[in-house]
Design a protein around this ligand. Structure first.
Ligand code: PLP
Length: 407
């Protein structure tokens, strides 16, 4: 008899964004004349930078000629892209990352979801709350978390991000082995200082632990004192893996390209205490289960590192940050406190009310979709996330409707 992986039955009933989509669809069907503005899911709205389009066209033409046609490429990514990443995202910020420590993939969601496969199932996890749900759910599927009791998994050390700690969690008092951190944060938009990240690196070192650092939103950092990479912290090469994505940096959510950095000095241990390079484990996993990102997509990704590409990326992220500034100003004017939006495309609003109730209020009265904080974890209750990913026109209209509803 075929049997299921029963860990899947421990997952919370459905994925947050499917719940939201169901409520929005039901409302839209009942009120077909009402216009709805979506500031919920974090998907970009602006077209790809022109340098990427140009590179896509050129690479497509190469695929049309026998002499330049490409079949399977290197699973880890073409050297031209890995070298550009090493130079522009790392060397330029003083981080020592070699091109062959970079694994190109078709998305950070897959990478930060799949990485746990290379670690033992009985390790101790530290996961932020609120959190990007992928970190928790993939560990539930792998059987690392135990059952869900009252909205929390017994086997997880939760890193609470609350108004009291400025939404940057404190170092836990207990030892853990695998620590998920995300800065600039989804959903809160909070950023971590060098000193805060240095404390995490020291904690990981002390516990022979590994930090999984998700910096999918680093392109939104404008404060020059805020680190873009965990590798800006001394010693991080020995304790951290970093995930980056072209999705929010350059509008690649539908184009798909990301990368994971695993320094060769990073070790994890077997039951006998013998050290194994994590780079080799991930290389084995990646080459066994993945066959590389399409050549034209990698060409488009590499184009953002040209001078013109850098300017176009800056213009695009500045545009979304302009939306974020309007959102911050509007919700502050309505009397709410909020965080994010200055170095991140998300604004985390402390509503002081049940977050699904607030979500329903904005949907039914203002026709605006936000994301209820409770969907990101227990500490998200009392908050909603508003995304800056939309046209200026829609953001302005949504803020007018919210103001009219709430004043
Ligand atoms: N990490 C975080 C924190 C995210 O918010 C997202 C997407 O919303 C991702 C990773 C996924 O990025 P990708 O589009 O590369 O899969």
């Amino acid at each position: 008899m075929i049997r299921i992986n029963e860990n899947f039955t421990k997952l919370k009933a459905s994925y947050l964004f499917s719940d939201i989509a169901k409520r929005v669809t039901a409302f839209q069907q009942a009120n077909p004349q009402k216009s709805i503005i979506r500031l919920g899911i974090g998907d970009v709205t602006e077209p790809l930078p022109p340098v990427c389009i140009e590179a896509l066209h050129k690479a497509t033409d190469e695929m049309a000629q026998r002499s330049t046609f490409k079949g399977y490429g290197p699973e880890q990514g073409y050297a031209f892209l890995r070298e550009a990443i090493a130079q522009h995202d790392y060397a330029a910020r003083g981080c020592k990352i070699e091109a062959d420590e970079i694994f190109v993939s078709d998305g950070s969601k897959c990478d930060c979801g799949n990485i746990q496969e290379i670690f033992s199932t009985d390790i101790r996890l530290a996961i932020p709350d609120p959190v990007y749900p992928v970190y928790v759910d993939t560990n539930v599927m792998a059987g690392r978390t135990g059952g869900n009791v009252d909205g929390r998994y017994a086997g997880v050390t939760y890193l609470d991000s609350t108004p009291a700690n400025g939404y940057v969690p404190a170092i836990p008092s207990v030892a853990t082995d695998l620590i998920y951190l995300c800065f600039p944060n989804n959903p809160t938009g909070a950023v971590a200082t060098k000193a805060q990240l240095a404390a995490w690196v020291a904690y990981a070192k002390k516990n022979q632990a590994i930090i999984l650092f998700d910096s999918a939103y680093e392109a939104y950092i404008r404060d020059p004192a805020i680190p873009h990479s965990i590798y800006e912290i001394e010693g991080a090469r020995d304790v951290a893996i970093e995930f980056r994505s072209f999705s929010k940096t350059a509008g690649f959510t539908g184009t798909r390209c990301a990368y994971t950095v695993i320094p060769k000095s990073l070790m994890a241990y077997d039951a006998a205490g013998k050290a194994h390079p994590v780079h080799a484990l991930w290389n084995r996993r990646h080459t066994t289960k993945f066959n590389g990102v399409a050549y034209p997509i990698q060409k488009a990704a590499a184009a953002i590192f040209t001078d013109a590409g850098k300017k176009q990326v800056k213009d695009m992220t500045d545009f979304y940050l302009g939306n974020a500034a309007l959102i911050r100003a509007a919700v502050t004017k309505l009397g709410f406190t909020c965080i994010g939006g200055d170095n991140a495309p998300y604004i985390w609003v402390n509503t002081g009310r049940d977050s699904w109730e607030f979500f329903d209020l904005l949907l039914t009265k203002a026709g605006v979709v936000c994301t209820p904080g409770a969907g990101f974890g227990k500490c998200g209750e009392g908050h909603v996330r508003i995304s800056a990913f939309n046209s200026r026109e829609n953001v302005v209209a949504a803020l007018e409707r919210i103001a009219a509803t709430l004043k």
